[in-house]
Design a protein around this ligand. Structure first.
Ligand SMILES: Cc1cc2nc3c(=O)[nH]c(=O)nc-3n(C[C@H](O)[C@H](O)[C@H](O)COP(=O)(O)O)c2cc1C
Length: 389
């Protein structure tokens, strides 16, 4: 039995369980994976300086985020097709997050619908991530469904105008639509535990997995070739659409994928409640700056008018603390909970989240800090290798 002590352990365990096509889809970046390396480097080069002898014996991560109390300033990020990592994976993630006391953001491209996730995780704090479809009437209907399921927070993804160039997916024969090939069939055959525990369970119940939120008339198995025009991502998404969403969405509104202070300013002017400073986990554009390089300037520009969240590249609790110290109020985790889900289902996802909080707790003790807000005080000031900012 492998000891799962850190993110790398969970990742290795996930690698054994998942077919290679699916593992690579989750794990890797885009094109030459420069952004992925930059994310790691940008976090590694930050140091946090402790205050010694502060005499605290207990830390608290309780945070109020967008008017809600959270046990810790972390959120499970929206990840498409999490339902392929484990059977009913999205519901399992929601229950794991709920037990840890944090929100989970459901992707537009989940396998399981928000209604079924709500039924399976009645106490979870659900956020909903929106990829705006070309057909706005259908998009609005989707939002009504999310709202009816108690999603108070809408996360609109702004950084994905086109499909990213992920060459490994093509080589692995992994894509939506999923077209079975000799290679992908062998891949699945070599991962019988995944086949039996995930795919076969779908096939024996509801059939081949689908994008659960597609309206019935467009809902096709992920093996079918055509995605209807109406539910394709709108390449021409612009700030007027954010204005429209602000009008029709009564809850909290977050724009995800902001990296420039000017865009954060526009989001503020349009009445958004928050932004996620994100490089989409290094999965979209390979020449993006890392969030760690942008947070301070953006947080300074919108100070007090907009809640600043961040994500991308978190593999340790200290990575979360670094984003918080730079000015984020909470941090989203994408791949980490998926590794936990693959390694141990719902229990594994919960264990990963608790592991991150445990690492944060130990690091806070070393730093001499009692509360997350202290991390932003000058005595703990995060320093990038280039010199103090
Ligand atoms: C497998 C996978 C699927 C994702 N799908 C979505 C998605 O549907 N919508 C979205 O806004 N972001 C999506 N993301 C990006 C995450 O929300 C998040 O920004 C990113 O994973 C953070 O980086 P990390 O994985 O290093 O924590 C996805 C990420 C992964 C790994």
């Amino acid at each position: 039995m492998q000891m799962l002590l850190n993110a790398d352990d969970y990742r290795s365990s996930a690698q054994k369980f998942l077919p290679r096509g699916l593992f690579d889809y989750i794990d890797r970046g885009t094109e030459d994976e420069v952004a992925l390396r930059r994310l790691r480097a940008s976090l590694d080069e930050i140091t946090l300086t402790p205050s010694v002898l502060t005499g605290h014996d207990r830390r608290s991560f309780e945070t109020t985020l967008l008017g809600r109390r959270l046990a810790a300033p972390i959120v499970v990020a929206p990840t498409a097709l999490a339902g392929l990592v484990a059977h009913d994976g999205e519901t399992k993630l929601a229950r794991a997050a709920s037990r840890v006391g944090i929100p989970v953001c459901i992707s537009t491209q989940s396998v399981t619908t928000v209604e079924a996730i709500r039924r399976g995780a009645p106490d979870a704090t659900l956020w909903f991530q929106l990829y705006v479809w070309r057909d706005r009437t259908l998009t609005k209907r989707l939002l009504d469904r999310a709202r009816a399921c108690g999603c108070e927070t809408l996360v609109v993804t702004a950084d994905t105008p086109v499909s990213p160039n992920r060459e490994y997916n093509k080589r692995n024969g992994f894509g939506i639509p999923f077209v079975p090939s000799l290679r992908s069939t062998c891949d699945i055959a070599l991962h019988p535990r995944w086949f039996v525990n995930v795919l076969a369970r779908y096939l024996l119940s509801e059939g081949m997995p689908t994008y659960g939120h597609f309206p019935d008339e467009f809902r096709t198995a992920i093996t079918r070739p055509s995605i209807a025009e109406a539910v394709r991502l709108d390449h021409r998404l612009n700030w007027d659409d954010i204005g429209w969403l602000r009008e029709i969405w009564p809850g909290k509104l977050i724009v995800k994928g902001v990296l420039a202070a000017g865009d954060a300013e526009t989001a503020t002017e349009l009445g958004c409640d928050a932004i996620v400073i994100s490089a989409h986990g290094g999965r979209n554009l390979d020449c993006l700056p890392a969030p760690a390089e942008c947070i301070r300037a953006i947080a300074d520009a919108v100070k007090g008018r907009l809640t600043v969240l961040a994500d991308s590249g978190v593999r340790r609790g200290t990575d979360v603390l670094k984003y918080l110290a730079l000015g984020a109020e909470a941090v989203l985790l994408g791949r980490l909970p998926l590794w936990g889900l693959a390694a141990g289902g719902e229990t594994g996802a919960e264990a990963v989240l608790r592991m991150v909080v445990g690492e944060m707790d130990a690091a806070m003790a070393f730093l001499g800090a009692e509360r997350v807000s202290e991390l932003r005080s000058p005595s703990f000031r995060a320093t990038r290798r280039a010199g103090p900012e």
